[in-house]
Design a protein around this ligand. Structure first.
Ligand code: CA
Length: 454
């Protein structure tokens, strides 16, 4: 008998709970899953996609295939809580409670595991329940109501201050406030969607009058995205102890930025047109349950820099940070034509986030702001302390003054035709590596300037 939603909701978050679904000895009967760098049996991220005939599906990535949950439910391959959770996932995969995600994860793990419960029946129907990922088209996993971008990367913030001539010291509020701005939801697009070089108003160096045209300083920001699952009523904050329960999972996020536009428009207020033209995210939602082995204590702070009590919980301090590696790779149009593989230009780690995702979410709702299922939070650029760990071109090229190497070419900023791909993965002794899948986009040239002549 499936549990009722109220019962499932009462169970607690499983953010750091290690169970059979993390067993490194467990293998799947699905071809190509063993050793897959992103989607082994131990990951099982949810996503939404179109089939070639245009039908929409909710599914789970496994190796280079996607498990079709509509087909799984239709064929009665899951039972009890897992079936109930799968039915809910068909409607709104992002809005599952932690208990529903766990029930679905355990049920699907068994279905796809060699020797698992129901695996024989599933395997017999494999052509009906699995789709090759290169034959489906990924969609956003949810309609994004609001997108907020934080600034939790401590080295990125320090580098930014240094490049502005503030000596690299952190502003006083940085130790207390998880700083963010309200970003644009409508231009968040799935990996693979090209990014057109925007037009913008800028003030060329040494000139008095601004100009309007294709931006010159197009940049990336290597970030993680945090999906909100269950929200909160307007006026009712989310306590830090419960904040992790409101997180559906994580994705990669490239917060494209026009540095020349930002430099001119941000004299009074925060980012606007320098940021809102494009954000690229990876398609699959990597669940907190899959990331349980890849948890770390929160950022270690100086004794005088402790967060206020409303942002402190023992659980979050102990397990709230993510132990993930991140990278950015790129190649030019010429390199791609010549068959040159993507060149690694950034290698960094989520350990450089000064705030945990739970602290960001708790702070966001601390004034009563209502979060909703499908809201997306960006962590901010995740730079590390060394040059090769800088998560934006602005830092890598020291504001365009020192080009960095991209194989046999050099760059200060993104050029037309450049292809840029972010990646993230968790890897730890005793556990199977899991990854986030691709977060990739190619730069298209700006559209011709609109003219105002008849
Ligand atoms: Ca950003």
């Amino acid at each position: 008998m499936p549990l009722r939603p109220t019962h499932l909701k009462l169970m607690n978050s499983s953010t750091h709970l290690i169970d059979d679904t993390h067993d490194s000895a467990a293998t799947s009967w699905v071809d190509g899953t063993q050793g897959h760098p992103d989607f082994p049996l131990q990951n099982l991220p949810l996503g939404r996609f179109y089939l070639s005939d245009g039908r929409t599906r909710t599914g789970i990535a496994i190796g280079h295939q996607a498990l079709d949950l509509h087909a799984v439910v239709g064929m009665d391959l899951l039972n009890g809580d897992a079936r109930y959770a799968a039915e809910h996932a068909l409607e709104a995969p992002i809005a599952l409670s932690a208990a529903e995600r766990l029930a679905l994860r355990r049920g699907v793990f068994e279905l796809l595991r060699v020797g698992g419960r129901g695996a024989d029946r599933a395997r017999a129907r494999h052509t009906e329940i699995l789709h090759l990922q290169d034959q489906i088209t990924m969609q956003l996993p949810a309609r994004i109501g609001s997108f907020t971008d934080f600034n939790a990367g401590i080295h990125h913030t320090r580098n930014g201050r240094q490049m502005r001539g503030d000596g690299g010291s952190l502003p006083r509020n940085y130790h207390h406030v998880p700083i963010a701005y309200h970003a644009r939801a409508s231009s968040v697009k799935i990996s693979g969607t090209p990014v057109r070089r925007p037009l913008g108003q800028t003030l060329p160096q040494g000139q008095e009058t601004p100009v309007f045209g294709p931006v010159q300083r197009l940049d990336i920001e290597l970030e993680l995205g945090v999906w909100v699952a269950q929200g909160n009523a307007l006026g009712t904050p989310i306590p830090i102890e419960n904040a992790a329960d409101h997180i559906a999972g994580y994705c990669l996020l490239n917060d494209w930025s026009s540095r020349d536009v930002m430099a001119w428009e941000m004299d009074r207020l925060g980012p606007f047109l320098g940021k809102n033209f494009a954000t690229t995210i990876s398609a699959w939602v990597i669940s907190p349950e899959a990331l349980a082995p890849f948890r770390d204590p929160a950022y270690v702070r100086a004794p005088q820099d402790q967060p206020l009590p409303y942002l402190l919980s023992p659980q979050d301090q102990k397990h709230g940070a993510l132990a993930l590696q991140l990278a950015a790779e790129m190649r030019s149009a010429r390199q791609r034509t010549a068959g040159v593989p993507l060149q690694r230009v950034v290698s960094t780690s989520a350990e450089y986030l000064y705030w945990t995702p739970a602290q960001m979410l708790c702070h966001h709702a601390s004034n009563g702001c209502n979060m909703e299922p499908g809201d997306l939070l960006g962590t901010g650029t995740i730079s590390g302390p060394a040059h090769h760990m800088y998560g934006s071109f602005r830092e890598l090229s020291r504001v365009g003054t020192e080009p960095f190497d991209m194989g046999d070419e050099q760059r200060c900023w993104a050029e037309d035709g450049d292809e840029i791909a972010l990646s993230a993965w968790g890897q730890r002794q005793g556990f199977v590596r899991i990854g986030f899948g691709e977060c990739r986009a190619q730069i298209l040239p700006a559209i011709d300037l609109p003219t105002h002549e008849g």
